[in-house]
Design a protein around this ligand. Structure first.
Ligand code: A3P
Length: 286
């Protein structure tokens, strides 16, 4: 009797958890969440839902790559998994650890004019320290005491010099952090995204990123509408409309314009060093 060929069901593609092929490494308060949510509009992108902090926290890193993989979303073959943890950018151990996972990983660095970023950072630290939301606060006693002070007193030392030890200022010294990444990764592996332009008009920045990630161009004007109340673009796909949470796009406190001018002057030479490293002038005000 001829053997009957057993019919097998056609192979279904199986989703799996994959290590990220792209990372948003920072910079904090430059639009990292907006960028991740916007990229997630693309059908070939999957995102890790929270900030995983695998590479920057020793206790997480010690759990190994399988732990990291378990934090990733399910994805189909060909889809790109993206994770964002903005503290990766400023943590010295991270570039080498990322390289050890995947030396050809794609890195996205979103930046914003550094003085505005510092004020945004201050605004966030201050809001976290308010007693109405103690559960959210992970600040030390010193940081809580600091956030009660006006930005001007924290950013400028009593002798009138710029307080570079103040973290919102230190993080805005982009070249000092990027330097470390460029010791480990070639420049072409890092895409610098203009966070001020992402706020103004997201589509051109997203188009650059799609190209960088080797994705077909899919995210377009149809995916955004400007929300007058929020003052920012909100996101739209076939099924939902969504604005970012109220913690994204906060009102900043008024900062003495002479302090802003002084800080902008201070940043000129640092911004120039950053432009030299990335090979592009971002045109930040002087
Ligand atoms: P502000 O709250 O200071 O305005 P991050 O996600 O890295 O913390 O960045 C937060 C910043 O994302 C916000 O800072 C906001 O300016 C910016 N942003 C960019 N696009 C946005 C959008 N479409 N909706 C809300 N915030 C956006």
């Amino acid at each position: 009797m001829a053997l009957r060929k057993r019919l097998r069901p056609p192979k279904q593609p199986r989703p799996a958890r994959r290590l990220p092929q792209a990372l948003i490494i920072g910079v904090r308060k430059c639009g990292t969440r907006a960028l991740l949510e916007m990229l997630y509009l693309h059908p070939m992108v999957q995102k890790a839902s929270g900030e995983v902090h695998f590479f920057d926290r020793d206790e997480n890193y010690a759990l190994g790559l399988e732990w990291y993989r378990s934090k990733m979303p399910l994805s189909f073959k060909g889809q790109i998994t993206i994770e964002k943890s903005p503290s990766y950018f400023v943590t010295p151990e991270v570039p080498e650890r990322v390289r050890a996972m995947n030396s050809s990983v794609r890195l996205l660095l979103i930046v914003r004019e550094p003085v505005t970023r510092a004020i945004s950072d201050y605004t966030q630290l201050r809001s976290r320290a308010t007693p109405s939301v103690p559960a959210q606060s992970q600040l030390t006693g010193q940081a809580i005491a600091n956030t009660a002070k006006p930005f001007e007193h924290l950013a400028i030392s009593p002798d009138g010099s710029i307080n570079v030890a103040y973290r919102p200022i230190a993080i805005s010294l982009y070249h000092a952090h990027l330097h470390r990444w460029l010791e480990v990764f070639p420049r072409e592996q890092i895409l610098v995204v203009n966070g001020d332009q992402l706020i103004e008009d997201p589509v051109p920045q997203l188009r650059r990123i799609e190209k960088f990630l080797g994705l077909e161009h899919k995210i377009g004007r149809k995916n955004f509408y400007f929300n007058e109340t929020k003052g920012f673009y909100c996101l739209r796909n076939d099924t939902t409309d969504k604005c970012l949470r109220e913690t994204k796009g906060r009102k900043h406190p008024r900062v003495d314009p002479t302090v802003v001018t002084k800080l902008r002057k201070f940043f000129i030479q640092h911004n120039q060093k950053f432009y030299d490293l990335v090979g592009e002038d971002l045109g930040w005000p002087e």
